[in-house]
Structure formats: C-alpha cells, structure tokens
Design a protein around this ligand. Structure first.
Ligand code: PGA
Length: 258
C-alpha cells in the first residue's frame, strides 16, 4: 500500500467571521486526539479575513490543525483590486490552497488556464494546491463526466513536472453533489478517483500516481465518510457544509475509528 496519509479538509466557503472561526477551531481541537492526527491530516480553510486569527491560535496553542486558504491570485503582487497574492498566504504559514473550486469556476469565471496559473503560483511559494475538478449533473447524465474531468486534469496540470504533481492534492468534486445532500456512491467516487490517478500515472509516471492524494468532495457527512474513505483511491475528503460545525467535522475526521 502506498503511504498516502489521508487529508481531511474543511472548506468553510463564505461562512464564519473571525470570532466564529476561532470558536470552531478551538472546539475542533478539543474534539480531536493524538490518534486522529496520527491517522489523518486535518486542514481548515477559513475566509481570508480569518486567516491571521487562526494562524495565531494554531501556533500559540501548538495545534496540529493545518491552515489552508480557499483561493489566491497567480501573481506575486500588483494592481489586482480585491485579490490576495500567494506570498501573502505563505507569510501566514498557510500550507494548502484550494484552487479551481467549482464555485470559483462557475460563479467567478475561472478558466482552466487561470487554474493552471494558480497551481504554479501556489507551488512556487512552497504551498500545496488542492486542485478541484468535477462534472455537472447534465454532463454526468450525458455520459460526459469522464471526458470533462480528464480535460480538466490535462489542462490544469500543464507545464508541471512529476515531482511537483506528486506532492499535490486533487479533489474530485461532482458539482451536482456539492451542497445538495446528494453524494456520489462510494463506487462512483472510487471510479473517478481511480481514473484521475490513472491519468496522472500516464502523464507523470507510476510513482507520481501513487504519491498524489485524491480527495472526494460533495456532501460528505459523518454518516457517509467511512464508506467513501474505504475506497482504495480516495485519500481524503473536502468537506463544505459539514465542516462548519466542529462536532460534525470531528466525526468525519474520526471516520477511521468509527
Ligand atoms: P459540501 O461542499 O460538503 O457542502 O457539499 C463541498 C465543497 O464544495 O468543497
């Protein structure tokens, strides 16, 4: 078995001000044990305005929770009103940056080209991209789920080398499952995560394919996490709604001891 420590990530989206964020992280820290951190990595991805507060909390209390961001620009600095640059995240000791979330793609017009530039920028600053991909319901029903995801993988990993890709996280997030309460069946999620790993292998070699971590995201809850995580090619979960509540997120993180 390849040594891929699962990564359980809480994507808070546009929820929790910095006071609420502090409370949530404190509660999560209280619920998680040393055994949990031995079994899995745990990251939280609060809004930008919370990052400094959460960084300070994590470092002061020596928490094992890992700090993540939800997005960034690809340039180091410049006249880009409202954007946040990767070096700013690096300075806050951010480790993981979600890139190309379907909400960014669908609501804010992010293209594969932009996603690819962001992946490069995140890696350049020593952070790990969690690169998202996934199909709409329409695409799935038309039998176009696999080509859609394959196309995203092809375009979004352009210009990277095997060592860079091997350290990355790819999140398979079927768009129809995000925030809808509908989850891909463990078999369907496994099939797509295995396809992603195979595509990475064809392009970057078998070592890279077995090193890369593939997450599933889309209505992951305490009740379905264990079945999804039991799949051989699912190495973690990107959790939205259920990560806002520390008890629910802790229960998801603890799938391994359920
Ligand atoms: P969800 O969101 O868990 O609320 O479906 C997942 C995500 O968008 O990352």
């Amino acid at each position: 078995m390849p040594d891929r420590k699962p990564l359980m990530s809480g994507n808070w989206k546009m929820h929790h001000n910095h006071f609420e964020a502090i409370q949530t992280v404190q509660k999560l820290h209280y619920r998680l044990t040393r055994d949990d951190y031995r079994a899995v990595d745990v990251s939280v991805h609060p809004p930008f305005t919370d990052l400094r507060s959460i960084q300070t909390l994590i470092e002061a209390d020596k928490m094992d929770i890992i700090l993540g961001a939800q997005n960034c620009h690809w340039e180091d600095s410049g006249a880009f009103t409202g954007e946040v640059a990767p070096p700013m995240l690096e300075k806050l000791n951010v480790s993981y940056v979600i890139v190309g979330h379907s909400e960014r793609r669908e609501l804010f017009g992010e293209t594969d080209e932009m996603v690819s530039m962001k992946v490069h920028a995140v890696l350049k600053h020593g952070m790990t991209p969690i690169m998202c991909c996934g199909e709409t319901l329409e695409e799935r029903e038309a039998g176009r789920a696999e080509p859609k995801v394959a196309g995203q993988i092809e375009a979004d990993l352009a210009g990277l080398d095997a060592a860079q890709v091997g350290g990355m996280v790819i999140a398979y997030e079927p768009i129809w499952a995000i925030g809808t309460g509908k989850t891909a069946t463990p078999d369907d999620a496994q099939a797509m995560c295995s396809l992603i790993r195979r595509l990475v292998g064809e392009r970057f070699g078998p070592e890279t394919a077995s090193a890369i971590r593939v997450q599933y995201g889309g209505s992951v809850k305490p009740g379905n996490a264990a079945a999804l995580m039991a799949q051989p090619d699912i190495d973690g979960a990107l959790v939205g709604g259920a990560s806002l509540d520390a008890d629910d997120f802790a229960a998801i993180v603890q799938y391994h001891s359920a």
